[in-house]
Write a protein that binds this ligand. Structure first.
Ligand SMILES: *Cc1c(COP(=O)(O)O)cnc(C)c1O
Length: 402
């Protein structure tokens, strides 16, 4: 099936760009485990190298298994082209290294995934790029932060770990008016719930390690955008600056993950909604951050921008950091682990784990409280997820009896 926008999301995630008749009738696309590609003669090799004729020459630049994954991801995100990279950080760094030069400025939200924050603060800044943090929940703050040097506006929505949302259309309009590119990390929402390109963003990046792969068995990254931008990232950021190309075997696993992406995300959303409501009603729980709750400060934006609210929840216990730690250690089925978007429900403590790249002062300034707990609601039976959380939370009868 070639690109066919009239087919639905799940259908395209399963069929797009692959015809078994071209591959001995194999239902599943072949895995091209090869580092290099042979040339019939020197002229043909030279022409492929020069980009004068299509073809593969080395798997750090392109590979047929990655090619299929790239086309599917681009299509699902509503973009022209895509790139498969070694990790989410490989995607983020390859994109930003491609477009930033010393003297440029990047405007980013206060809240970012910990390694992205560290990459900007100590990586990009070291090479003469100015990092400006703006509260992107307030488009006027972004407008005020823009300068003639602003080259890129970068954010996550929902943001890792505190679930802040960014109005993609509003921010894209502001950035476009000043000639800046908008780069969105869409790891949390996935293209099932948000397609930033359709709302005006230029480039979308993913940690494919999370929902795209979906099974906790790989590390990978995806970038999508215009064909021109993706060619630049392929030939500059990825090929020469980071070398962060995805392995063909991982591309095959992500292709498999994509086939059930819609199905999985729908169930993640359903389960997370039930868990968020249980937590909100629980006497030991202080605040719950979940876009689907009416109490969520940006619930109105969530309703406008997301057809479902995702599988991620952040919450704080009334007993603060210590109560949270005790509760996490009491869990039986739910695993204490970083990463997210897997079939397994995973729980972690950002201040000591994923966001330990921030100093305590930075966490306070960037809206990540010390007691915040991040829960990635998995695909187990909802009764079992709820039961494990309830027995671990303080002050419930079953926990006291235990
Ligand atoms: C995990 C994550 C990343 C980094 O991805 P890796 O695949 O671990 O390199 C980037 N952004 C977000 C929002 C993440 O959750």
């Amino acid at each position: 099936m070639a690109s066919n926008k009239s087919a639905g999301f799940a259908t395209r995630a399963i069929h797009l760009g692959y015809n078994p008749n071209d591959h001995e009738g194999a239902l599943t696309p072949p895995l091209h485990l090869t580092s290099t590609f042979t040339f019939e003669n020197v002229d043909q090799g030279a022409a492929i190298f020069a980009g004068e004729r299509p073809g593969y020459f080395y798997s750090r630049i392109s590979n047929p298994t990655l090619d299929l994954l790239e086309r599917r991801c681009a299509d699902l995100e509503g973009a022209e082209a895509g790139l498969a990279l070694a990790s989410g950080m490989g995607a983020i760094t390859s994109v930003l290294w491609t477009f930033l030069v010393p003297g440029d400025e990047i405007i980013t939200d206060k809240t970012l995934y910990g390694c992205t924050f560290a990459y900007m603060r100590t990586g990009l800044a070291r090479f003469g790029i100015k990092i400006t943090y703006a509260d992107m929940t307030d488009p006027q703050a972004v407008e005020a932060a823009m300068s003639d040097k602003t080259r890129i506006v970068y954010f996550e929505t929902p943001a890792n770990p505190n679930m802040r949302l960014v109005d993609i259309a509003a921010i894209s309009k502001i950035a476009k008016a000043r000639g800046a590119k908008v780069v969105v990390d869409n790891t949390y929402a996935t293209p099932v719930l948000t397609r930033p390109i359709e709302l005006g963003a230029d480039i979308v990046v993913h940690s494919a390690t999370k929902y795209m792969g979906g099974h906790g068995d790989l590390v990978g990254g995806i970038a999508v955008g215009s064909a021109e931008d993706m060619t630049q990232v392929r030939l500059v950021g990825m090929k020469d600056m980071t070398g962060a190309v995805m392995a063909p075997f991982n591309a095959m696993l992500v292709l498999r993950g994509l086939k059930t992406l819609k199905l999985r995300v729908e169930r993640h959303c359903e389960n997370a909604m039930i868990v968020a409501k249980m937590l909100e009603a629980h006497p030991a729980v202080g605040r719950v951050y979940f876009p689907g709750l009416a109490s969520f400060p940006q619930h109105e934006l969530a309703l406008r921008q997301m057809p479902g609210f995702g599988g991620m929840i952040a919450f704080e216990l009334k007993g603060g950091h210590d109560a949270g730690r005790t509760m996490m250690d009491r869990l039986n089925m739910i695993h204490r682990a970083v990463s997210l978007g897997d079939t397994e429900t995973l729980i972690q403590h950002p201040a000591s784990m994923t966001h330990s790249t921030y100093t305590p002062e930075e966490r306070a300034a960037h809206g990540i409280s010390e007691g915040l707990i991040r829960l990635s609601v998995g695909l187990e039976d909802i009764e079992d997820i709820i039961a494990d959380l309830e027995q671990a939370l303080p002050n419930v009868p079953s926990a006291l009896a235990a």
